[in-house]
Design a protein around this ligand. Structure first.
Ligand code: BGC
Ligand code: ZN
Length: 357
């Protein structure tokens, strides 16, 4: 089969290669890959900044946002069923959380991630997997099911918000999303689906992001027009939930100021750099203390988050028909996968159509 591999740690080592077709072990599924979404983590992998090959191997098959079709059934999933694969696998020890299927809360960092860390990914024509690590996707999501994985980031963020806010009586009305990339837009859709008033804050001055935000009935705020903090809250009203999806860390910490009393801000951006920044820490500390504010980080997702993502995407598809398809601004065949690795200002989600090739 054809697959895209990298040599982890080496810059621009990506190439399309021929690998033996995988053979499912007893109880495993064989899945034909239909399409794979590309994101910032893939850019880091290709830049040699992140990633790990499986033990004893030199190359890693990349790709972690997958949609595929079952070819050889197992575990109650029939042939022909669309599936999205879970990314992370528990560490071998396992730690307390991995032992409870909470691999996204792994304590020792020895978890693996398909297409990222120690396990081959899905940017290939086939993969094999145990049925408990895939979720069924309905046929209505056939053109967009590869966004299940990025949607799970928002699902876990909202799950954390709900859990944390059980501390008080809470009727959230307004949510802020910083960053209108795929993670931010999908999170905005999840919030709009919950009938919150949604504000999306991003640098883009024109292009598809603004339209996509508008179609959700959400409000778009161009970053240069209004600084975050009290200015934004003064303009739009108190913010109950903020989801940070830019990875720009000064902005993330500043959300402690932006959110309203009893609010929660969730950081989702992986900031790999070494940036230093001067922040009004006494003020932020005071805001957090006097107004019971919470700043929480989140990474990855568990099986329940994947199942919630499938349900919510089906609801998004029904409520805003075509919105998810419009979020996918470019699709390239497997042979031209490298074009998906460079994305421009007009791109939101870029997808490699593996089966079309
Ligand atoms: C993936 C997560 C993963 C993280 C860190 C992200 O791109 O969506 O599932 O945990 O990278 O490797
Ligand atoms: Zn663990």
């Amino acid at each position: 089969m054809k697959a895209v591999v990298i040599a982890p740690g080496e810059r621009d080592s990506d190439r399309l290669v021929e690998l033996p077709d995988p053979v499912p072990a007893e109880g495993e599924l064989l899945v034909e890959v239909l399409s794979v979404g590309v994101d910032g983590t893939d850019d880091e992998l290709v830049a040699g900044e992140y990633g790990e090959a499986p033990a004893g191997e030199e190359h890693l098959v990349i790709g972690h946002e997958s949609l595929g079709r079952v070819r050889e059934p197992a575990g109650g999933l029939s042939a022909g069923q669309l599936v999205a694969a879970i990314v992370r696998r528990p560490d071998p020890v396992p730690c307390l959380n991995c032992a409870h299927d909470e691999w996204d809360y792994c304590l020792n960092g020895r978890y693996t991630e398909r297409g990222i860390k120690g396990r081959h990914g899905f940017l290939a024509e086939y993969y094999t997997e145990r049925p408990e690590y895939v979720v069924a996707v309905p046929d209505e999501l056939a053109s967009v099911g590869m966004v299940v994985e990025p949607t799970t980031i928002g699902e876990k963020a909202l799950e954390q918000v709900e859990t944390i806010q059980r501390r008080l009586t809470w009727r959230p009305q307004r949510a802020l999303v910083t960053g209108a990339g795929p993670i931010g837009l999908l999170a905005a859709a999840l919030l709009a689906l919950r009938d919150l008033e949604v504000v999306v804050y991003d640098k883009a001055e024109s292009g598809p992001k603004l339209d996509l935000v508008g179609e959700l009935g959400a409000r778009y705020v161009q970053a240069d027009s209004l600084p975050l903090g009290h200015d934004l809250a003064g303009e739009v009203g108190p913010i109950d939930i903020a989801i940070e999806a830019t990875g720009f860390s000064p902005l993330g910490f500043g959300l402690l100021d932006t959110i309203g009393p009893n609010g929660v801000a969730v950081l989702t951006g992986v900031s790999g750099g070494g940036r230093r920044s001067e922040l009004p820490v006494d003020h932020l500390n005071l805001e957090a203390v006097l107004h019971n504010k919470v700043l929480v980080g989140t990474v990855n997702a568990d099986r329940a988050n994947f199942e919630a993502a499938v349900r919510d995407l089906a609801a998004v598809q029904e409520r805003w028909p075509g919105w998810l398809d419009r979020m996918i601004t470019r699709r390239v065949p497997l042979e031209r996968y490298s074009e998906a690795l460079s994305r421009g200002p007009q791109d939101v989600k870029v997808v490699v159509d593996v089966a079309a090739s």
